[in-house]
Design a protein around this ligand. Sequence first.
Ligand SMILES: *[C@@H]1O[C@H](CO)[C@@H](O)[C@H](O)[C@H]1NC(C)=O
Ligand SMILES: *[C@@H]1O[C@H](CO)[C@@H](O)[C@H](O)[C@H]1NC(C)=O
Length: 244
Amino acid sequence: MLFNSFIFRFSSVMKLKLCLSFLMFFVIHDVQSAKSQWMALVPSTIPAVQGSCVVIPCTYNYPRPSSKKIINSWLGFWKKGNKVLATSIQKWKLPVEYKKRTQFLAKLRTRNCTMLLDSVRSTDVGPFYFRIEMPQYKSFSYTQNSVSIDVIRNPPPPTLSVEVNDQVYATCSVFHSCPSIPPQFSWSHTGVIKSQSKKVNAWNWQTVSTLTFPPLATDFNKPLNCTVRHRGGKEAQSSIILLI
Ligand SMILES: *[C@@H]1O[C@H](CO)[C@@H](O)[C@H](O)[C@H]1NC(C)=O
Ligand SMILES: *[C@@H]1O[C@H](CO)[C@@H](O)[C@H](O)[C@H]1NC(C)=O
């Protein structure tokens, strides 16, 4: 009631402003409470070619300790069930299954829990989840925010297109999950080859290879092939007929 009579004295413009600032307060309050919950931000499923690598992007949050506790130690674990795949603890003995295939990519103090899994096996489907241990505070397993890997046994053919002017300009591209060792391209025709990668979203990259060459009459009505070889050796090919 006190609040109502308070508002009553304002002009309608002021009322609106007050309402807006109250709305803002709730919006900001909501964002902040989301930031201070036991929550990890990860994609639920990531496609990855078998044999290749996959970067699992991850950030995590925890409620602020109520007292003025100083947290200066964070121990991170990536797990599947009770098995540890990767950890920030250097001396930890990982199961043979995961040894030398996983890497912690980021510092835990920045709430980044990104992990890399290499030589993806058909059995690496997950679900995988992150666990944080803060000896001065609490520990938590983010089992509600788990990641599954959609292991692709036969990678799809690359996207191939060609433009013919004075030069033949061909473009071949694929999406992948392994930015550290991007796919390699090979072409059935010689020419100037350039390759470039870009990030599409948090877990997906695109690598594009272009081939440029001056065509001879004998090049026409013949297939031009682009072969992509993913990290780990899986290959896929696309073919296009060069038309005048
Ligand atoms: C987390 O760390 C990885 C690896 O260093 C980095 O690529 C990524 O951008 C970081 N994510 C955020 C949200 O800072
Ligand atoms: C290009 O691909 C076509 C169709 O798949 C195939 O018949 C041909 O042998 C390939 N050529 C080369 C040079 O790889």
